[in-house]
Design a protein around this ligand. Sequence first.
Ligand SMILES: NC(=O)c1ccc[n+]([C@@H]2O[C@H](COP(=O)([O-])OP(=O)(O)OC[C@H]3O[C@@H](n4cnc5c(N)ncnc54)[C@H](OP(=O)(O)O)[C@@H]3O)[C@@H](O)[C@H]2O)c1
Length: 283
Amino acid sequence: MIIVTCAGGKTGKAIVKQLVKIGREVRAIVGHQNSIAKIHDLGAAEVFCCDLNDANAVETAFIGGKQLYYIAPNMNPAERIFGKNIIAAARVAGLEKIVFHSMLHTQLEELPHHWERHFVEADLMESGLCYTILQCGSYMQNMLPNWNRMIETGVHSMPYAISCPMSLVDLNDICEVAAKVLSSTKYNFGTYEICGDAITLSEKASILSNVLGKEIRAEKSSLEQALEHGRMLNFSDYSIETMKKMFPYYDKHGLVGSPCVLEWILGRSHSSFQSFAERMAAG
Ligand SMILES: NC(=O)c1ccc[n+]([C@@H]2O[C@H](COP(=O)([O-])OP(=O)(O)OC[C@H]3O[C@@H](n4cnc5c(N)ncnc54)[C@H](OP(=O)(O)O)[C@@H]3O)[C@@H](O)[C@H]2O)c1
């Protein structure tokens, strides 16, 4: 039984689907009762609802599991507490392995959500438990909520420079990697950078224009606009404060990694932004 936390989110749903597809038995952990039905529908054998802040509830939820695919809530000030709770519960349940879905470059102190995560990575390394850490880049899929609007307006915008390089990754590639590292001991105790080639907003817009047969222009939107959008979606104050640091950081430095490890684990080339755009355009 593989336990998947934060199973109701973008990452969680994709990972659950992948594991079910390859015939693995999944216990999905969701944060809210109203996520239970939709995750059952994805084929999870069991769905538990538990707040990762609650150490006792996490301990109960892990009993009977064999492996854990640990996805943490996004941009949350309790990152280190969640980490300590899952490690303690994994120890009590005698889990064979924890795969931590982390993010690219956790050593960057200017990015609080990356930096907080490096403490959890260190806790795992010192836990005496078997672990694998996947340091994932931003997903190509992050643009999907704005896909239709982008086509309508002909503008692909982000609050950073259109020349800023970002090593995006197709979430489908990550799911394939997740399934592989959960199925083999070869990756135990490794920390792996999981991202594709660096691409700029301008390059994305040019690919999208070709694929969609319609001009898509890259544009740097204002940070205030992004924050306002976050507030509209009820993002927490911590998330808004994090975004205030994240976008200016990207604007200045981008976020670039190497695709070598991803390709080594996949045993093939990683999915390109072109192939992602073609897939999305085909519906
Ligand atoms: N998006 C990216 O590009 C990207 C890239 C690299 C790494 N990551 C990492 O992937 C993880 C998930 O990101 P995402 O984009 O999939 O986020 P998401 O869609 O917002 O999903 C996060 C999930 O966390 C659950 N959650 C929140 N607080 C919780 C709590 N206290 N206890 C239990 N569950 C709780 C929520 O569950 P309910 O829906 O049930 O409330 C929500 O579905 C994050 O750690 C993020 O850093 C994301």
